[in-house]
Design a protein. Structure first.
Length: 448
């Protein structure tokens, strides 16, 4: 070996050692920062539920072969799909975690629905711990997962660091990443290269390229989006089981149109208020179902509706307090989770929020699978994986502003297309886009 080669090898070793030291120091700092932040998070209305589980104070998850992390409701439905389709060669235990109350409700139902089963799959659920490295070390040591499944964009450095030390295999499934997220992650590129998962399957070529830029070229493959597998599944719409009789039917006046404003975001509330007033102006007898995306915004909406009711006689009620059919022209503020799809089933028209402001959009496929042509704003990057052909084929209407959105809803209330025809067109659209769940389960089974 020449002196140059020796120097090169020595330098490379030295750099690796320095990088390792820097990463260790970075995680020590990260841990201390979490220690300062966690007491403040207890004041957050969205995080206070399950706080003891998030901090591992009163509950540490038991051991499991597979740990599936599903951030919120959308990812929780994907975890449910995986749970239903896993066919392992031997009995396996699955831990499912989520960050949100809505996600936990879905995971709780999913675990109950598969118990018992003939596939040897058992499931438990828990709130996802805060990503403080010392907490994640404790959680991983307890769970000891053979395989960690991260759904969509669940990239937590504390978790990945603990999994690497434990030797667990890590998979990202249904992977998605925006340019904005990539830019934020790449502030410390050497960190992410050291935490590279064992396998990444992304839902589009662009998403795969972003993962490659973050973790290393060639690390990401492709898969069909699992969300297509949820559309139109037997006995359900949007992948969510529906009761034999819609429980909302007895609460709505039969002879008047019902319009849903679904999954509205915090940043667009002032625009939604204007939509409500315009809809009431054009259809004063219509019942409007208002579904805020985040339930902690209910008090803000109550104040807004009280203010609207004084000068304009806007009648409104909270969903949980309704026991008999509401009067025509009522605005219903939904304060219960899990009834959005059943509301879509009865609606003449539907707007899907998170799309009038640059939030990224919410799931318009739920409304579409119920036979409604959804109206959305121009900000729907989160659901671009569905493809712009869905707009070109007229299955989704995109409005440039709140006023246009309200006017399209008015048109749909007066002349909505037959639900069965809409469902047929949707089924044709997704037919060749399915198969992601089968591919994902095959990969998990190979890894265990």
């Amino acid at each position: 070996m020449t002196g140059v080669e020796c120097a090169r090898n020595y330098t490379a070793t030295d750099l690796r050692y320095a990088m390792k030291n820097n990463i260790e120091k970075a995680f020590q700092l990260y841990d201390r920062l979490w220690g300062l932040v966690i007491p403040l998070l207890h004041r957050n209305q969205r995080l206070v539920r399950g706080f003891a589980e998030r901090t591992l104070e009163h509950h540490i998850p038991e051991s499991a072969d597979i740990w599936i992390q599903a951030a919120s409701a959308g990812e929780a439905y994907l975890a449910e799909l995986l749970l239903k389709h896993l066919k392992p060669a031997r009995p396996v235990s699955v831990l499912m975690t989520s960050n949100t109350e809505q996600g936990m409700e879905i995971l709780t139902r999913a675990a109950a629905d598969i118990t018992p089963n003939s596939r040897g799959v058992t499931a438990s659920k828990a709130y996802f711990p805060f990503d403080r490295p010392s907490l994640m070390e404790k959680a991983v040591q307890s769970v000891r997962p053979r395989v960690m499944v991260l759904l969509e964009t669940e990239i937590w450095p504390g978790l990945l660091f603990a999994l690497k030390k434990h030797g667990s295999r890590v998979i990202i499934l249904n992977g998605r990443m925006t340019d904005k997220s990539l830019k934020r992650y790449r502030i410390f590129p050497s960190l992410w290269r050291s935490l590279m998962p064992d396998k990444i399957l992304a839902v589009s070529e662009k998403d795969a390229q972003r993962f490659d830029l973050l973790f290393g070229k060639g690390c990401a493959g492709m898969m069909p989006n699992m969300k297509f597998d949820r559309i139109g599944s037997e006995g359900s719409h949007g992948g969510q089981p529906l009761p034999a009789k819609n429980p909302l039917r007895d609460l709505l006046p039969c002879d008047y149109p019902f319009v849903v404003l679904g999954s509205t975001g915090d940043e667009e509330e002032c625009l939604i208020e204007k939509m409500i007033l315009r809809l009431r102006q054009r259809h004063p007898q219509a019942v409007i179902g208002l579904f805020p995306r985040h339930l902690h915004r209910l008090e803000n909406w109550k104040q807004t509706l009280r203010r609207m009711s004084l000068p304009r006689s806007v009648s409104w009620k909270v969903r949980s307090e309704i026991r008999m059919p509401v009067s025509p022209g009522t605005v219903i503020l939904w304060d219960t989770f899990g009834e959005l799809v059943t509301a879509y089933e009865l609606a003449k028209a539907a707007f899907v929020g998170g799309s009038l402001a640059p939030i990224g959009g919410q799931n318009f496929l739920e409304a579409l699978s119920c036979g409604i042509i959804p109206v959305i704003g121009t900000f729907w990057e989160t659901f671009e994986w569905v493809g712009h052909d869905i707009v070109n084929q007229g299955l989704v209407r995109v409005a440039g502003d709140w006023k246009t959105a309200a006017d399209i809803l008015s048109e749909n209330m007066e002349n909505s297309p037959p639900r069965d025809r809409v469902r047929e067109l949707l089924a044709a659209y997704v037919k060749n886009r399915r198969g992601g769940t089968v591919q994902a389960c095959a990969l998990i089974q190979d890894f265990i």
